[in-house]
Design a protein around this ligand. Sequence first.
Ligand code: 4GX
Length: 246
Amino acid sequence: MRFDVLTLFPDMFTGFIQNSMIQKAHEKGLIETRIINFRDYAFNKHRTVDDIPYGGGDGMVLKPEPFFEAIDDLIDPNEEKPPVLLMSPQGERLTQQKVNQLATHSRLILLCGHYAGFDERIHQYVATEEISIGDYVLTGGELPAMIIMDSVSRQIPGVLGNTLSAQNDSFADGLLEYPQYTRPAEYRGYQVPEVLLSGHHLRIEKWRRQESLRRTWERRPELLDKVTLTEEDRIFLRQLEDQQGE
Ligand code: 4GX
């Protein structure tokens, strides 16, 4: 996977890329990142990348030229055009499903804006899609870009030490994760659930499934609509509902 990031704040990415997981994936040659300062593609001698909005109003708007030029430089017209993702609160919400779909590509281009936003022609003719990481407003698209790079990277085979762990996490089966414990079995009087100390694999598996279901039902009930449930799961959920009424 290759990530090309267009940003005015390339330094924000250095710490992130030097972080262990991403760094190791780099060393293994599984991912490659290019952080490009799009100010390098500004036309005039002052290297202006933004200007006042046509029609008036507050704030500044990112000019189209640097983005069109940078993309021309990055994309070979003979190659298949990679997704060009523009970070924006108006974009499609990032979900695990979206992350998995993005991870099927061999290259992603990420556009990070600041100020009031991008000239609409960047949205229309440079970006292929817009992504939002959630319904809150940030100062720029750099953190969303890092979130995409992080979540996509861990889906690439070999990036995580254990290839199974990416699959077992929350959202892999659509449920939240069950609670985990490690030694000691008692700390300050707080006990690890007895079943986990029992060595009874079937009982443990059943308990974990039920705790996943309980958590999802309590915290994110809307997720249950999309999960394939067994008859046993349904019985357990009905019990939870009945208990609630009591
Ligand atoms: N998920 N931001 C982008 C600049 C901007 C403003 C308007 C397009 C239109 C965000 C988010 C996010 C703040 C990044 C505004 N771009 N991005 N920036 N939430 O809040 O992705």
